[in-house]
Design a protein around this ligand. Sequence first.
Ligand SMILES: [Zn+2]
Length: 87
Amino acid sequence: MAKIYYKTSYEQETQIDIRTWLCGLFKVCEMCENTDNSVHISHRNTAYINDSQNYASFCESCRKEDNEYYQELWNDYNSNIIAGLYG
Ligand SMILES: [Zn+2]
């Protein structure tokens, strides 16, 4: 997918999908596709090597859902690492 340069809140430049950028501009959620004033480009609770996948334009409830989904995966991942270290 086409990418566009985007300046993060940490003043770093990264590339995001043009879809994410347009959805942020027009306030359309990428997940539920509703138009909502809470839609904005934000960093997800992910650590993809392809950095553009770490950004999305979600409404508040989809952002929360996405964040909680990945938090559960992180918790499993972290407890597996700890179990591997001390198991
Ligand atoms: Zn949504």
